[in-house]
Design a protein around this ligand. Structure first.
Ligand code: GNR
Ligand code: NI
Length: 173
């Protein structure tokens, strides 16, 4: 397995809309394994292929405390949604920024597993938030898009400054 680098907002590559996987092969399984390692290493609970500059509809997640219950979603689709909830979200592509986002409380997701077989999952709470956040990434959306334009510009400014500093002093990053 290898660790991949994560694109950071406002990188325009985060705006690409990912393409469906046609056939699940060892290529997708290798990418999923690399993404899982990358996500664990970064201490995230989810990661979309878009974030590692891969334009395919593939998501990995693990919400377990022990980090031993990986979930894989290929071509995920929300087929029903119910209610609403507000959760403070963060994103590995928007480091250090947290903001409340309103999303559906319960969703039913249809996806393919790593074996290429379709399955459905009913999710609520944080699991439902996370899957909605990840599918947004596949559609080129980032959670800061839900903030007011003023707040989003502030986030963009702060991250651009941080990225300049990281470039100038990589050893301290
Ligand atoms: O690690 C993550 N935590 C998180 C917390 C609240 C709502 C969504 C998330 S997803 C995020 C990882 C990530 O950026 N996935 O795209
Ligand atoms: Ni994210």
């Amino acid at each position: 397995m290898s660790r991949l680098s994560i694109l950071e907002f406002p990188d325009p590559r985060l705006r690409r809309v990912a393409k469906p996987v046609e056939t699940v092969t060892d290529n997708e399984r290798k990418l999923a394994a690399d993404m899982l390692e990358t996500m664990y290493d970064a201490r995230g609970i989810g990661l979309a292929a878009t974030q590692v500059n891969q334009g395919v509809r593939l998501v990995v997640m693990d919400l377990s405390e022990a980090r031993n219950e990986p979930r894989f979603f290929i071509n995920p689709e929300i087929i029903s949604r119910e209610g609403s909830q507000t959760c403070e979200e963060g994103c590995l592509s928007v480091p250090g920024i947290y903001a409340e986002v309103k999303r559906a409380e319960k969703v039913t997701v249809r996806a393919l597993g790593l074996d290429g077989e379709p399955y459905e999952l009913e999710a609520d709470g944080l699991l439902a938030v996370c899957i909605q956040h990840e599918i947004d990434h596949l559609d080129g959306k980032v959670f800061v898009d839900y903030l007011s334009p003023l707040k989003r510009r502030m986030v963009e400014k702060r991250l651009r400054k941080q990225q300049r500093q990281d470039k100038a002093e990589p050893a301290r990053a």
